[in-house]
Ligand binder design. Sequence first.
Ligand SMILES: C[S@@+](CC[C@H](N)C(=O)[O-])C[C@H]1O[C@@H](n2cnc3c(N)ncnc32)[C@H](O)[C@@H]1O
Length: 236
Amino acid sequence: MELHWELYPQYYSTQTLLSELEDPFYDHLDDVPNKDIIDVGCGQRSLILKYAPLGSRCTAIDVNKEQLNALKNRLESLSVDAAQRVDLISGVFPIVRPGRVDHGLAIISDIFHFMDESEQREALDVVKRFLSPRALLYIKAHSTKHIASSGIDSRIKRCLSMPGMQELADTSGFDCLRIEEVDERRTANDESFIRAWRRRVMEETDGSPSQVEEEIEDYLALGPLITTWGLFRNRS
Ligand SMILES: C[S@@+](CC[C@H](N)C(=O)[O-])C[C@H]1O[C@@H](n2cnc3c(N)ncnc32)[C@H](O)[C@@H]1O
């Protein structure tokens, strides 16, 4: 993964990330208590990049310090003021705790499939404690239909179907506003990045040129990523 993150900024500039990031909250912002965000497992590709420059106070949590640093650098390149509005918290959620309890928006994107069901339930219970009543919560995770759900990636513990995600959120006190399953099509830039990354991995591990190409094609043949995403409202 180190090579992955070393190459990542070359293919994904902050402007590229900003142009690609979709905003699930956009249509519901008139009815939120505030636009302050908590992003759990934020990585460096977070909606915080959009909201902090608009004045939102944000909490960014990630177990990986390099990801937090990369997010900080990206924020500073946009605006020093915006970067100062972001509280960067390094550690494993839900063990680490944010400093504020009144966020109006919450994001749990691309980390739930690394948790089992009881860990997912605990994470939702804890995130709820840091939200205002009627706050919005966006969850995105690998779908049960994604090919990597079938044992290919040992880090993956529980992927989510739409009914599975809805039940999880409902029993944690969130009402569903919208839920979808999508094929996340790869862009040409994504494919170039994947090829460059796999090539570097094979070079570093002394793979032969034909083996390199085969590995890359196998990886790309995994097909588009199928994800489940939902938008929920804190019931209390
Ligand atoms: C696949 S990336 C997703 C990043 C970003 N949320 C997105 O949607 O692009 C997963 C991120 O979550 C972090 N992460 C995974 N489990 C975590 C946990 N329990 N607590 C904090 N961070 C976690 C990883 O370090 C990584 O940066």
